[in-house]
Design a protein around this ligand. Sequence first.
Ligand SMILES: Nc1nc2c(c(=O)[nH]1)N(C=O)[C@@H](CNc1ccc(C(=O)N[C@@H](CCC(=O)O)C(=O)O)cc1)CN2
Ligand SMILES: Nc1ncnc2c1ncn2[C@@H]1O[C@H](COP(=O)(O)OP(=O)(O)OP(=O)(O)O)[C@@H](O)[C@H]1O
Length: 178
Amino acid sequence: MIDKPALRARLRAVRDGAARDRPMRVPPAFTDRLTAGTVVAGYAPFGSEADPAPLLAAAADAGCRLALPHVTRRDRPMRFLAWRCGDDLSEGLYRLRQPDADAPEVVPDIILTPLLGFDADGHRLGQGAGFYDRAFARLPFAWRVGVAWSVQQVDHCPADPWDVPLHAIVTESDWIVP
Ligand SMILES: Nc1nc2c(c(=O)[nH]1)N(C=O)[C@@H](CNc1ccc(C(=O)N[C@@H](CCC(=O)O)C(=O)O)cc1)CN2
Ligand SMILES: Nc1ncnc2c1ncn2[C@@H]1O[C@H](COP(=O)(O)OP(=O)(O)OP(=O)(O)O)[C@@H](O)[C@H]1O
């Protein structure tokens, strides 16, 4: 079976080569979950990552509070910090665009998760630093929604004991519920 590093390398190339010309879908199954005050965490995309902006805009329209991940070091937990559409971001670790470190920390109800790869069972492959794995372990009641281009789907993502599966995946064309 292909291992995670090899699959990661292959999927980085697939993602870089994808026709990234369509916005992510905003499925009714997603908007149905949005109520005023719900905390929705997104991310500021880098490289060829799918952009969760349409989902975040729908959340803001529904009166949700938004958040973005904030990391400082690989061995420190990722925090979710409050953010509003249009707020400034500053460059941090790995040149990520993040809210300022002193923005209030929030507990997300919905975590829009950047993916390198995923399968129909909701298993996913991320950057490999374990930031999202550790956040999912800490926040077991959050709704975990992966965001990806449809070409990032694979038949089988190798799962380790710590991997927490996604509840759903949104792409430019589909809403996949394992
Ligand atoms: N947009 C976005 N924000 C995010 C993540 C993410 O995957 N995407 N994260 C998810 O964990 C966290 C940051 N984690 C990261 C962990 C490792 C690398 C990394 O190894 N970067 C490589 C370049 C990889 C590439 O080109 O695709 C590097 O800097 O060498 C980047 C981010 C929090 N914020
Ligand atoms: N709950 C956890 N507590 C502590 N370490 C963890 C936990 N979950 C995962 N890790 C560590 O994170 C590392 C990366 O895991 P993995 O290869 O599955 O990354 P990934 O899922 O692709 O990355 P990410 O979660 O950042 O998107 C592993 O070395 C693993 O030991």
